[in-house]
Design a protein around this ligand. Structure first.
Ligand SMILES: NC(=O)c1ccc[n+]([C@@H]2O[C@H](COP(=O)([O-])OP(=O)(O)OC[C@H]3O[C@@H](n4cnc5c(N)ncnc54)[C@H](OP(=O)(O)O)[C@@H]3O)[C@@H](O)[C@H]2O)c1
Length: 253
């Protein structure tokens, strides 16, 4: 389907990946419902793409708000061809035995439940129209464990497996599913959120290395969604060249 005729719904569109994905799609002629909690930031994105971006205040953790908002979309933005489930966060990097349960709840509610609610509300329309594409933003943390990754990594493992299971359920419907799983990406609020607003600690994560940027993620989403309708990209795992794998840790007494 031509991007000019498409409508997308992007969660977490107020900053980071979501803003870059929204801008990229809108610049290519796709109408975008840009959702997040901070409406001021969404309004700035919408103002840069007149008529192409519909800002929508939405907390994805609120199940009935998700259902109501999607049911009440204006006609020009109502038939969604591309859902980008991007809203998400990591909170804390403490080992499991010291972690804050409220942080764990917030990650589960946002990264898993919010993604489920948006998917469940939008899928029936896609199936009825016989076309559509769900792009879920996972993480390398869903596959590769690291100290302090505990529940964040587990939520992204959920995103990976839910994406693959969706493909099975959507067999024969024409609806596509892709999980985009990035490694370290700078230029977003991700680390500042993880470290409770500590900008210095957040900036130190990217010192002396070149991380991916939000435009790299937007490129991956745009590529997967612009392929011919018979092609399904199941998973895209991407990392900066400066990030790779290390040996298992071994405790010796
Ligand atoms: N940056 C990385 O290194 C990296 C790597 C792999 C995967 N990821 C994943 O990529 C996604 C985007 O991350 P990012 O790096 O772009 O971080 P970011 O700049 O912090 O963006 C996160 C977005 O999620 C939204 N959000 C958070 N909680 C929400 C809620 N309850 N309801 C609706 N929206 C909510 C935020 O908007 P509001 O606060 O305005 O609601 C914001 O727009 C996340 O799922 C993250 O886990 C990031």
């Amino acid at each position: 389907m031509s991007p000019m005729a498409m409508t997308a719904f992007v969660t977490g569109a107020s900053t980071g990946f979501g803003t870059a994905i929204t801008r990229r799609l809108a610049a290519g002629g796709t109408r975008v419902v840009a959702s997040a909690r901070r409406t001021g930031l969404l309004a700035e994105v919408a103002a840069d793409h007149p008529g192409m971006v519909h800002p929508l205040e939405l907390d994805v953790r609120d199940r009935s708000a998700v259902e109501d908002a999607i049911a009440a979309l204006p006609a020009a933005f109502a038939d969604i061809d591309l859902l980008v489930n991007n809203a998400g966060l990591a909170k804390g990097l403490e080992p499991a035995q010291d972690a804050d349960l409220d942080d764990w709840d917030q990650m589960l509610d946002t990264n898993c439940r919010g993604l489920m609610y948006c998917t469940r509300a939008i899928l029936p329309g896609m199936v009825a129209r016989g076309r559509g594409h769900v792009v879920n933003v996972g993480s390398v943390a869903g596959t590769h464990p690291y100290p302090g990754g505990n529940v964040y990594g587990a939520t992204k493992a959920f995103v990976h497996q839910f994406s693959q299971n969706l493909r099975s359920d959507l067999h024969g419907t024409g609806v596509r599913v892709t999980c985009v799983e990035p490694g370290m990406c700078g230029g977003t609020e991700f680390s500042a959120v993880r470290f409770g607003g500590d900008r210095e600690r957040a900036d130190a994560v990217y010192t002396g290395m070149r991380p991916l940027g939000p435009d790299d993620i937007a490129e991956a989403v745009s590529w997967a969604s612009s392929l011919p309708a018979h092609v399904n990209i199941n998973v895209i795992e991407l990392m900066p060249v400066a990030q790779s794998f290390a040996a298992f840790q071994v405790h010796r007494s």
